[in-house]
Design a protein around this ligand. Structure first.
Ligand code: CA
Ligand code: CA
Length: 625
């Protein structure tokens, strides 16, 4: 299906001829602007318009050279290779296109680079907060819906439609996020999703409220605040010392994307003679016994029938996606990228894209979503120490291995290799990663069941898992609402785990952004996270120190984070019953220490030879002499 059809193209051309005549046009140029002083002097412009590919191009601007013009399969596209010398002055250059004695001109702006903080990257000192903007807070009711969009609706009563949340709504609650200890905000995509409702299930039509269905890379959805709103959002975060993380989707676009409706090349998308879904099975990429056909189905199969799979082996598409990533980083002063559906992309493309970003922004962090179930698979998609046929250059990745282990540790009864042993064992395989501290850990996200529901709405277990995540290695990320015990499973759909944050929307009956609006249990959860995240941020031993863990015994699990001047002990008891923990087994890390301060209660323990560990409890103890 959706094959680029010569008959369709011919009909389009005949219709166009009838409507517009043959006068070529330049309707748009992507990237929509560029900057002088980038490390890479090369820039490739996509020029689109009626017969834009038939024009003969030239430009005259000191420092800028038009090196080559490429034609596409579709006559409405041209690709111009430019070089921009380092000493070029900012300004508007004129791109001229000539045909049949006529000249069309179009201005193209080269801006000076901004001095805003950007490309700051993430470290294990950070605490990421993931927000789905449509579902967090509505700061501007005038942008909830627009009659000129393909989906003109917004209705909070219907889980699968847009609800009206926006960037202004998030900006209004930055005090709340900073009180919690957040240092970086990751939004699900804010790029234009101007698409019709899609059939996500036989009985359900769904809006692109989550943002993953791009329809124009160079527009920010006006329901979230548009380009200017996103720039203001980024500025507001940076003024407070918060970092900005954008969500990239390189693998696919919506079938309402303007370039799917009019494809530049026959191979812009991966085409199949009959619809072929991706297998979602990444094993074929690293399996030494894999069949090439299995790799092809994973990589080139479509994510869904309405998400056409981009062919990143087309060099023009590859450039288009990479330049868009750089444009976004510069335009919106981004500090890090989360990359959606990482495992479905052409591997060489991913490395080229990561490298291009890191060349311009060496500190930038990139962490992809490769939903896998074992350490070798996870290591394959990041910098690793394995001898594999392909070496990824991705600095970090989302830690699905530890996510699975955490859930299992809290759900399973304790056994030889079950219960808390799962968490311990996951960390024992860290030798495969070049730097496990760069992995991004999480208890839940927008694609999983809510953490509080997974653990049976047990507040004691909640604190155990939170403690592990905020005290072990890696960069912790947090899904909006976990701190106020938002719950639900994905039954009957994803929308159940993407409910509106209570208090974010006009007319909400409760306001969980305030202590007064939260019930006792919610305040207990919020205060616990806040206390631990705040301590963690201020304590290098806890986020950057070495990690030493001991074999779990009888449902207890003890580990240490330490530097030369500070040692923090994390002692956890996953049993229902209290125990007295004999600490003689931990002399290697405890010798010389005689006291401890419980950092969550500020209680001082004067005898640490034996520590009372109540059932289902985690103690975070700062040791002293
Ligand atoms: Ca709104
Ligand atoms: Ca793909």
């Amino acid at each position: 299906m959706n094959k680029f059809s010569p008959v369709a193209l011919l009909s389009f051309l005949l219709l166009s001829h009838f409507l517009f005549g043959q006068t070529p046009q330049i309707q748009r140029i992507d990237p929509t602007n560029w900057w002088i002083g980038m490390k890479n002097p090369a820039l490739q412009l996509l020029v689109y318009g009626q017969n834009a590919g038939t024009l003969s191009y030239s430009l005259n601007y000191p420092g800028v050279k038009l090196v080559k013009t490429h034609k596409a399969d579709n006559p409405n596209y041209a690709f111009l290779d430019l070089t921009i010398a380092p000493n070029t002055k900012p300004g508007k250059l004129e791109i001229l296109g000539k045909a049949n004695g006529q000249t069309i001109s179009r201005q193209y702006e080269l801006l000076p680079r901004t001095k805003n903080p950007k490309g700051q990257g993430l470290t294990s000192a950070d605490f990421i907060y993931l927000i789905m903007p449509d579902r967090f807070a509505n700061g501007d009711e005038s942008n909830d819906k627009f009659a000129d969009l393909r989906d003109p609706q917004a209705d909070r009563a219907i889980p699968h439609l847009r609800h009206g949340g926006d960037l202004k709504g998030i900006t209004n609650h930055l005090d709340y996020l900073q009180e919690l200890g957040v240092t970086a905000i990751w939004l699900t995509p804010v790029i234009d999703n101007d698409e019709a409702l899609k059939r996500e299930a036989p009985d359900r039509m769904q809006a692109g409220y989550h943002g993953y269905h791009f329809t124009d890379h160079y527009q920010i959805d006006k329901r979230f605040g548009g380009i200017e709103g996103y720039r203001q959002f980024s500025d507001a975060l940076h003024k407070r010392g918060l970092k900005v993380i954008q969500d990239a989707v390189y693998n696919h676009v919506s079938d309402d994307h303007w370039m799917f409706r009019e494809q530049p090349f026959k191979d812009w998308f991966n085409q199949w003679s009959a619809y072929t879904n991706s297998s979602h099975k990444e094993q074929s990429l690293f399996d030494p016994y894999a069949a090439a056909s299995d790799r092809k189905v994973l990589l080139d199969g479509w994510f869904t029938p309405f998400l056409p799979d981009l062919n990143q082996r087309n060099p023009f598409l590859s450039r288009y996606l990479i330049q868009h990533a750089i444009w976004s980083t510069e335009m919106f002063s981004l500090d890090a990228w989360r990359v959606d559906t990482y495992k479905y992309n052409d591997l060489d493309f991913l490395n080229r894209c990561n490298q291009a970003l890191l060349t311009e922004y060496p500190q930038l962090h990139i962490f992809g979503e490769a939903w896998v179930n074992n350490p070798v698979a996870q290591a394959f998609f990041v910098k690793n120490k394995l001898d594999l046929p392909f070496n990824s250059n991705q600095p970090g990745g989302l830690d699905f291995v530890l996510y699975d282990a955490t859930n299992a540790a809290l759900r399973e009864p304790n056994g030889w290799d079950t219960g808390v042993n799962r968490f311990y064992q996951a960390l024992t395989t860290d030798a495969v990663y070049a730097n496990p501290q760069k992995l991004v850990t999480f208890l839940e996200n927008h694609d999983t069941d809510r953490y509080f529901s997974v653990i049976g709405e047990d507040l004691a277990k909640y604190k155990l898992g939170v403690t592990w995540m905020l005290t072990t290695r890696g960069i912790p990320s947090w899904y909006y609402g976990t701190e106020v015990l938002m719950k639900n499973t994905k039954n009957p759909s994803d929308a159940e785990v993407r409910r509106d944050f209570p208090g974010g929307f006009p007319g909400d009956r409760s306001d969980k952004f305030t202590a007064a609006g939260r019930n006792n249990q919610e305040n207990e959860a919020f205060d616990y996270v806040k206390k631990l995240a705040t301590y963690r941020k201020a304590t290098p031993a806890l986020h950057a120190g070495k990690l030493m863990q001991y074999l779990p015994q009888n449902g207890t699990y003890v580990f240490f984070r330490y530097t030369s001047d500070k040692t923090v002990m994390v002692a956890t008891n996953t049993n229902d019953t209290d125990i007295n923990l004999d600490t003689s087994r931990f002399t290697e890390r405890m010798s010389g220490f005689s006291k401890a301060r419980n950092v969550l209660t500020d209680e001082v323990l004067t005898d640490i030879k034996s520590i009372k560990l109540p059932g289902k409890t985690a103690l975070v103890l700062e040791l002293s002499r």
